[in-house]
Design a protein around this ligand. Structure first.
Ligand code: FAD
Length: 279
């Protein structure tokens, strides 16, 4: 199969054990030659140092490393300082988000939406950063309507995003329809599907509830029926997600962005099953 652009998302570990585990995961996934790796950012700056440290370590290892940056709960001054630190370290790729405030926590901040953050980054740094934004094939849970959400996505691209990564989904039709609708509104940037490997039923349902991604009933019921049989969950999850990825690639997705949750086994198995040889 022809090489396709892969990217892997990690979160900043909180413990030394977590740091070691993430190093091992990166070593496991490095042979797949990702175009870039990204590191999440806690809203309001809660992981600011961890994100920076993780990104710098990955950059030193030779990865193109992209920190996520969310604007909710932050002042322009603090965002300016973070962007300046990334630039000073030669980081040129960033994932720009609004983020979510933990319930009951503080003020919204000076920038209310990701489109405003993209404009801010462009105004302050011109073309220095390659900017990714988020897209929602099943629509963002807080959006007024699917149309309004699509228009808000278009606004982020018009503000200067270079490409987009989607929220995860298990229904390929939702992705292809979203891409087609965005193209009709003049969006030309790549829209890369976000892929969530399935390894744990309870965790998947919890995440999906929070972020508004749909787990189709047939998948949820099959997973539930496996109970504590982790091997069965893993195998079924690999089948389902590999089939989804194969369809996405066959029908023209520009790449795959894996939400690794800092583990490499499922992502590696899916890429192997797809016959992706990025060597
Ligand atoms: P926005 O694009 O600002 O949209 C948020 C909501 O506001 C949507 O409902 C949109 O329709 C609406 N909206 C946008 N503009 C307007 C407007 N002008 N007027 C009215 N409504 C508007 N979260 C983190 O905290 N840290 C991370 O590292 C992180 N990484 C992520 C990576 C990816 C690839 C994805 C898909 C999500 C990630 N998230 C992360 C989650 C993300 O922060 C949440 O989904 C958040 O709720 C929305 O962020 P956004 O950038 O999509 O927001």
């Amino acid at each position: 199969m022809k090489p396709i652009e892969l990217s892997f998302e990690f979160f900043p570990p909180k413990t030394q054990d977590g740091v070691e585990k993430l190093r091992a995961t990166r070593a496991q996934l490095a042979p797949l030659k990702p175009k870039f790796v990204s590191v999440t950012f806690g809203a309001g700056g809660s992981t600011q140092q961890g994100t920076l440290d993780t990104v710098l370590e990955m950059a030193e290892e030779g990865f193109e490393a992209a920190p996520h940056l969310s604007c909710i709960g932050s002042s322009k001054e603090s965002l300016r300082a973070i962007l300046g630190a990334y630039r000073a370290h030669g980081i040129r790729h960033i994932v720009a988000l609004r983020g979510d405030l933990p319930s009951g926590m503080g003020e919204v901040g000076e920038l209310r939406y990701a489109s405003e953050l993209v404009s801010f980054i462009r105004a302050e740094h011109g073309d220095w950063f390659n900017i990714e934004v988020a897209a929602y094939p099943e629509y963002h849970p807080q959006s007024r309507s699917p149309r309004a959400d699509l228009e808000n996505f278009v606004r982020k691209v018009q503000a200067g995003a270079n490409s987009a990564i989607t929220q995860y989904f298990y229904n390929g039709d939702a992705y292809f329809r979203f891409v087609a609708d965005a193209r009709k509104l003049g969006v030309e940037v790549p829209i890369v599907p976000g892929i969530m490997p399935i390894t744990n039923f309870t965790q998947l349902m919890r995440f999906s509830e929070m972020c508004g991604a749909e787990v189709p009933k047939w998948i949820a019921r099959r997973l539930e029926s496996f109970g504590d049989d982790r091997e069965a969950i893993r195998n079924f999850g690999l089948d389902v997600v590999t089939d989804l990825c194969r369809r996405l690639i066959d029908e023209g997705a520009p790449g795959l962005h894996f939400y690794t949750l800092n583990g490499g086994a499922a992502t590696k198995s899916i890429c192997e099953r797809l016959g992706l040889d990025n060597a």
